[in-house]
Design a protein around this ligand. Structure first.
Ligand code: ADP
Ligand code: GN1
Ligand code: MG
Length: 371
């Protein structure tokens, strides 16, 4: 986990929230690609406690207030459900927004940035790379449980915090536009990756076509189920809390399952630059299927039939997004080296290829679980 000094004045930021505690220190935290995340320590009536303080990236999220309306609704619903079920640790099993001094679930700083504060979920952590199949099982179980919970959220449709977030044909169109503009002058050096994406245009449309045909339903989904967005208990490995709710909005269950496969089934981490290291762990895939189906009991036949394919599609989509960002001069994802986005793209495309080679075995695993 990154532990560098804060580049924002977290003492001043947190003074806008109703924390009733004395600020001690703060440092940058986590390995997310989007928001600025800090861990901030406080002295709360003699007890040292910590909070997560986040600046919402408004280059990525154009409507941060709408986003916080979604997060507030979803987390209140989760808390009420957990309490009604008699959970002993409801505040550890869902994020909850600490209100700002004006009662809103966020505060805006002098530069116009929107901030939020969550209690720090202790004795649990998110993994960039898995260590055991049990962790894959538990992570998938927790994301399925999250979808189940989101299904009972009443009221209006959630805001689309990023329109067309998982519309893969539109992601391919955005890649074509970035190639045409070639604003960073990098298109020539990535001709092989461009050809790889173009050759899979038909795959890109498979799930959006099924949605348009009414075969796959819209559900409230998380949409960013990368493995480090679920915190697993340090002792039991149980999925304690699903985090990073910025993209929780209408979507397809397949987007969530696909992103779990993308991040939990590879043999190496997302930015490993050596495609030779990349393969599919079928044992991990099986653990994901088992975990997800244990809680996502609401899936229809078309969703089940596309679980393995979703892993390929979401990996392809993510590779396309990394390639687009590389061509645009690294304007979206955080990077720590100049080749970071193209390394990630090559890694994702190698994983797509590995899935293609193992697709029939993966489909067989799903079929076996359904018998
Ligand atoms: P990003 O959108 O940038 O990925 P996240 O919301 O996922 O931001 O937060 C980044 C990291 O911070 C997470 O991967 C996790 O390690 C940590 N984190 C976020 N919220 C909490 C929390 N409430 N308790 C403990 N750790 C958290
Ligand atoms: C981003 O926020 P984080 O790091 O959990 C991205 C996902 C990508 C992922 C790739 C809002 O996720 O869509 O799949 O990076 N989130 C957003 O690692 O774009
Ligand atoms: Mg995250």
């Amino acid at each position: 986990m990154a532990s560098s000094p804060a580049k924002h004045d977290i003492r001043a930021i947190t003074s806008m929230f109703d924390l009733r505690a004395d600020f001690v220190s703060a440092h940058a935290y986590g390995s997310g690609h989007i928001n600025d995340t800090y861990c901030a320590w406080f002295d709360q009536a003699g007890l040292r406690v910590r909070y997560v303080v986040q600046r919402i990236n408004h280059n990525v999220f154009k409507q941060p207030v709408q986003l916080m309306e979604n997060v507030d609704r979803v987390t209140r619903h989760a808390l009420a459900t957990l309490k009604a079920e008699g959970s002993r640790e409801a505040y550890r099993r869902t994020l909850t927004c600490i209100p700002a001094l004006d009662g809103k679930p966020y505060a805006t700083d002098a530069q116009g940035s929107v901030w939020r504060v969550y209690p720090f979920i202790d004795r649990a952590r998110g993994y960039d790379e898995l260590e055991t199949n049990e962790q894959a099982y538990q992570a998938a179980r927790a994301f399925g449980e999250f979808q189940k919970l989101a299904a009972t959220l009443g009221g209006e449709r959630l805001h689309e915090t990023i329109p067309n977030f998982h519309n893969t044909p539109k992601r391919l169109e955005a890649l074509e536009a970035a190639i045409a503009a070639d604003s960073a002058g990098r298109a020539a050096e990535v001709a092989a990756e461009i050809a790889f994406a173009r050759a899979r245009a038909a795959d890109c449309a498979r799930i959006t076509d099924l949605i348009a045909a009414g075969k796959i339903p819209e559900r409230v989904t998380h949409n960013d189920t990368k493995l480090n967005n679920v915190l697993l208990d340090d002792v039991t490995a149980e999925g304690v809390c699903v985090i990073d709710l910025d993209t929780t909005m209408p979507g397809s269950a397949l987007y969530d399952f696909g992103d779990m496969v993308r991040t939990a089934a590879p043999t190496t981490r997302e930015d490993d630059p050596d495609p030779a290291n990349i393969g599919v762990r079928l044992d991990r895939f099986e653990a994901l299927v088992k975990g997800y189906l244990s809680t996502a009991t609401f899936l229809n036949e078309h969703e089940i039939a596309n679980l393995a394919f979703a892993g390929k599609l979401l990996t392809l989509e993510c590779g396309i997004r990394f390639l687009t960002d590389y061509l645009q001069g690294d304007v979206y994802f955080k990077i720590t080296r100049p080749t970071h986005n193209i390394d990630r793209c090559r890694n994702q495309f190698a994983f797509v290829k590995a899935i293609e080679d193992k697709m029939s075995e993966m489909e067989e695993i799903v079929k076996r679980r359904m018998e």
